[in-house]
Design a protein around this ligand. Sequence first.
Ligand SMILES: Cc1cc2nc3c(=O)[nH]c(=O)nc-3n(C[C@H](O)[C@H](O)[C@H](O)COP(=O)(O)OP(=O)(O)OC[C@H]3O[C@@H](n4cnc5c(N)ncnc54)[C@H](O)[C@@H]3O)c2cc1C
Length: 436
Amino acid sequence: MTAAMTDIEYDFDVIVIGGGVAGAVCAHQLATAGRDVLLVERGAEPGGKNLSGGVFYCRIMQELFPTFLQDAPVERRITRNCLSFLNAASLVNIDYWDARLAEPVNAVSVLRARLDPWLAARAEDAGVTVMSGVKVDALLREGGAITGIRAGDDELRARVVVAADGVNSFIARDAGLRAQEPTKHLAVGVKSVIRIGEDEVRRRFNVEGDQGVAYAVVGDCTQGVAGGGFLYTNTDSISIGVVLRLDDLVAKKRTSSEVHDHFLAHPAVRGFLTGGELLEYGCHLVAEGGRAMQHDLVHDGLVLIGDAAGFTLNTGFTIRGMDLAAGSAKAAAEAIDEALSRGDVSREGLMGYLTRYKESFVGKDMDTYARAPEFLETPEMYKEAGELLADVLYNVYNLDLSPRRRLTATAGNALKRSPLTIRRLATIGYRAMRAL
Ligand SMILES: Cc1cc2nc3c(=O)[nH]c(=O)nc-3n(C[C@H](O)[C@H](O)[C@H](O)COP(=O)(O)OP(=O)(O)OC[C@H]3O[C@@H](n4cnc5c(N)ncnc54)[C@H](O)[C@@H]3O)c2cc1C
């Protein structure tokens, strides 16, 4: 490829498509290495079209941007994590606070409408040309290799193109690297950001200073649809919403907005939102397939990163995508820089990306949680498990003057009333241990 393409006039060393976390980090790293980079974003400004629940596991960002925590628009340090089983009329909460999560900082809540412009500005500071409000329509090819982009009537050429255009990557499909994902690999996320004021965030969620809480909720928040709810605290607002597996949403004949509204109106939740002002409401696809969504990530002159490469992990405890976007962007930038130095941007020349991401936390975590998507298909997780837990606890705490029974008998009786059996519970437990 390199020999055949020496007569092409390139406008840039690298064109990055998509100004989300993956694209901005990759562009920043390449420009820092001295490369001439264009970052193209279809939104009027980076972040304008992006949505994320908002908990950023940010160690990778602290590595890439040493002053990230001081300078970036982060909201709260997440030091409390709650795993909540929500039923129609009860809530069982596993509430975990740990001062060790405050320092060194492990995770922060973010709002993409603030974070993404900050990241794009850092890329610009490093020398990246940022072009917002421009949608890439097609890839340019020369003898099978990708050599640039077309946006409207404009054509721009680069030695390498990076597809960082998100979960529904049209570029990856255009390059023939990904087919349309089956709906069971995709979920739809609906989220509201509601301002309740800084003092109210601290009071309602029992957090001090800039500490915050992240709830992962399962059960009645999704009205039986496979998926979950989330609630994260920002400085003076709450990010709250649901993530619903597309195939199950269709099968259960629900709409995502109806399920979202049901969650926010739940008696165990609505008190958190009282008197709040709606700041943002949005809807976005989420990649849920884990390793099953990993296809070919490299082509002659092209690499895929972030959501476009399928790097998202939902374990039930955490939803991760932004840290994997940043990690894959770093791996890709290093490999592209090397390939450009060698003058070989063919598929073989760019394969260093695969080695790098597989050796990084991105590849290792994708492998560790390879069975998580399959485990999250367990239907009882979305109703019966939470109801059983609440039933056991109800009979522990409800002192109705009937003779008390020991915990094992109380649990045994609750299990008799539940559609779950000991055998089924053991199977679910075994699958959870293998998956998580
Ligand atoms: C409801 C919800 C909750 C989530 N919660 C979390 C969470 O708490 N923590 C976490 O880490 N992750 C979370 N995620 C996942 C996370 O948001 C994604 O993994 C992350 O945004 C991926 O970053 P990215 O840069 O790869 O893609 P994106 O952020 O989607 O960025 C892609 C960019 O490409 C642009 N683009 C697309 N097509 C074109 C085109 N043709 N031309 C030009 N530009 C284009 C888009 O406008 C966008 O700016 C959540 C996702 C959702 C939807």
